[in-house]
Write a protein that binds this ligand. Structure first.
Ligand code: SF4
Ligand code: SF4
Length: 190
């Protein structure tokens, strides 16, 4: 969601242009709005506006995302310029190189494509869901939804892949604290 035209150093722009995970529904289902922003936002963001428990947000994937932000030179939500994922923060303090950041994104795109392919093989649905919408869709099918059906194994495999993918997203793109919390919770459970 970085304001690519105005704020980011060129090498950060290259990373974000290759990625887009914070706009396309891979990392998040919604983007938080500041108080007072509603009513003054691009039309399609207004259309996806929602409010819950006093928090205001718009739903993702963003309708302005088409490979990259298509309105980066216009007034957008404040989060669009403010958000920086963990990967970008790590890069900005030289914790990872640009080549490594690009490789992480490449691998994440390939893994996500594998998940989409498996989803479509199972459900025969050629509509391309975002990763977060795919998780919501998958949750509709309980563990015994296809009892005694060979589909069960494929759905279980899809669930495992989604869990691994989510862990990788947390590790690489969300906060280190979230990842450490995830690891310690898993260890407590074993
Ligand atoms: S307007 Fe949409 S596509 Fe553009 S940066 Fe914001 S969330 Fe991303
Ligand atoms: S997830 Fe991070 S690297 Fe990807 S577009 Fe958003 S800020 Fe840039």
């Amino acid at each position: 969601m970085k304001d690519l035209a105005v704020e980011s150093p060129l090498n950060e722009q290259e990373i974000c242009v290759k990625c887009g995970f914070c706009c396309d529904g891979t990392l998040f289902s919604y983007a938080v709005l500041q108080a007072g922003e509603q009513g003054n936002l691009p039309e399609k963001i207004e259309q996806n506006y929602s409010k819950e428990d006093g928090r205001e947000f718009f739903k993702l994937p963003c309708s302005y995302f088409c490979g990259k932000c298509t309105i980066y030179d216009q007034k957008r939500a404040s989060i669009c310029s403010a958000f920086r994922c963990q990967l970008l923060k790590d890069f900005s303090i030289d914790k990872i190189t640009q080549a490594n950041a690009m490789r992480i994104i490449d691998n994440a795109v390939k893994f996500r494509d594998e998940i989409y392919l498996l989803y479509r093989e199972i459900f025969g649905n050629d509509y391309r869901l975002s990763f977060r919408n795919l998780l919501v869709d998958l949750a509709k099918y309980g563990n015994d939804a296809f009892e005694d059906d060979p589909l069960n194994q494929s759905i279980e495999l899809l669930r495992i892949k989604c869990n691994i993918y989510e862990t990788l997203l947390i590790k690489n793109f969300k906060s280190i604290k979230n990842f450490e919390r995830l690891i310690s919770t898993s260890m407590e459970e074993t």
